[in-house]
Write a protein that binds this ligand. Structure first.
Ligand code: HEM
Length: 387
């Protein structure tokens, strides 16, 4: 039977039945089509991990014209996630030097105070009242962009995250965001501050600075991908907790579980079906299946995160689960650069909501919840709650 990607899983589901079924019935690596392009789906944990770590699976090759594309804005060859090898390592080091774990750790009290003041307003819709403003404020502060620009930033991000953009629409969306960022960069050159844009403008190595188009493309990625994913994972995490009252109570009774809880919610909640696609640079065996040079491959992390060989009883939410790392934030050289920041926001926001509102419940019937349909990411439009 022919297989097509994207799957047609309803947004409301936190798992991907079609992908899990393929893994169990057809094996770890299955051939499929994505639009006109033939593509291998890597479904097992072992296969996904190999695609994400083995240099013979290249992001750079996947961004060449005619290559496999899941989100048009993700195919920009100038961004970190489209690079490979030494070029990737160099750019990642430069971006990471401006985005150090120390910088993120310093944000902890600030994130707590943003969450506290947003919760003081007793939001009845947690998406509008907490999950959108928190990561947006944090990324603006981190970059050194004024929060008064947040409505524009959200609008441009929404367009960049759209799964089906024509080349003209993509160019227009990028021009808007990068025009804004170019002005900010100029401002930081004149009046440097302690924030990330200034650090990235100044960052250099023996090869010099990032070129101005590399700088703008990567700032765009940090600003857009750097907050929208967290917005949506906050919503998915809390909805998952509301659907599992016993596990939610366990977390309320044992707040120290929050670190494993955040990882388990990332594993369980199916924020996205897949990471970015790769293309093989030579013939390679993948979990027992022979692939040719130039084949396109998509790591289906929604299946890998429920691979029973790695996660015992995978369809059970267990906030104390430890063991293998979920692949929700990738793995290997392209592992999410913002993972530490996103997890910090998830940890503080979820803990604070449960502490403040231990009787939290949905204020509408679950069937009334709606999701944004223009993006591949599972994104709640609103989450009305009562307590
Ligand atoms: C819950 C929130 C987040 C999730 C689930 C997430 C997920 C991911 C995944 C799966 C990848 C790997 C893509 C691949 O290998 O194909 C990735 C890469 C990346 N993420 Fe995140 N992300 C999140 C938040 C953030 C934040 C807050 C930032 C920045 C502020 C960020 C910046 C990046 C960057 C720069 C990369 C590319 C790294 C590279 O190619 O070396 N992410 N993310």
């Amino acid at each position: 039977m022919s297989v097509t990607f994207p799957f047609t899983t309803p947004r409301s589901l936190d798992h991907e039945p079609e992908a899990q079924e393929l893994l169990l019935r057809r094996g770890p690596v299955v051939s499929a089509t994505m639009g006109p392009i033939p593509i291998w789906l890597a479904l097992s944990y072992a296969a996904c991990r190999q695609v994400l770590t083995d240099p013979r699976f290249s992001r750079e090759e996947a961004t060449r014209p005619g290559g496999p594309v899941t989100v048009p804005s993700g195919a920009n060859p100038l961004v970190l996630s489209s690079m490979e090898g030494r070029k990737h390592a160099r750019t990642r080091k430069l971006v990471a030097s401006a985005f150090s774990p120390r910088m993120v750790a310093l944000l902890e009290p600030r994130i707590q105070s943003i969450v506290d003041s947003l919760l003081d307003a007793q939001p009845t819709d947690l998406v509008a009242g907490l999950f959108v403003p928190l990561p947006t404020m944090v990324i603006c502060e981190l970059l050194g962009a004024p929060y008064s620009d947040a409505p524009d930033i959200r609008r441009w991000t929404g367009r960049l995250m759209t799964a089906r953009l024509t080349p003209d629409e993509l160019r227009e969306a990028e021009n808007d965001m990068q025009g804004y960022l170019a002005d900010l960069v100029e401002e930081k050159r004149v009046r440097p501050d302690d924030q990330l844009i200034t650090a990235l403008v100044l960052a250099h190595d023996e090869g010099g600075h990032l070129t101005s188009s590399e700088l703008l493309a990567n700032l765009q990625m940090l600003l857009a991908a750097g907050h929208d994913t967290t917005v949506n994972q906050l919503g998915n995490s809390l909805l998952t907790l509301l659907r599992h009252p016993a596990e939610m109570q366990r977390l309320i009774d044992s707040p120290a579980l929050i670190d494993t809880a955040v990882d388990e919610l990332l594993r369980f909640s199916r924020l996205m079906a897949a990471t970015l696609p790769r293309v093989t640079t030579e013939a390679v065996e993948l979990d027992g299946v022979q692939l040719a040079k130039g084949d396109a491959v998509l790591p289906i992390i929604s299946a890998a995160n429920r691979d029973p060989k790695v996660f015992p009883d995978p369809d059970r939410l267990d906030l104390g689960r430890d063991g293998a790392a979920p692949l929700a934030m990738g793995f290997g050289p392209h592992y999410c650069l913002g993972a530490q920041l996103a997890k910090l926001e998830l940890r503080i926001a979820l803990s604070s909501v449960l502490k403040r509102f231990p009787g939290l419940r949905l204020a509408v019937d679950e069937s009334e919840l709606t999701y944004r349909m223009e993006t591949n990411v599972r994104a709640l439009v609103s989450l009305p709650v009562a307590w």
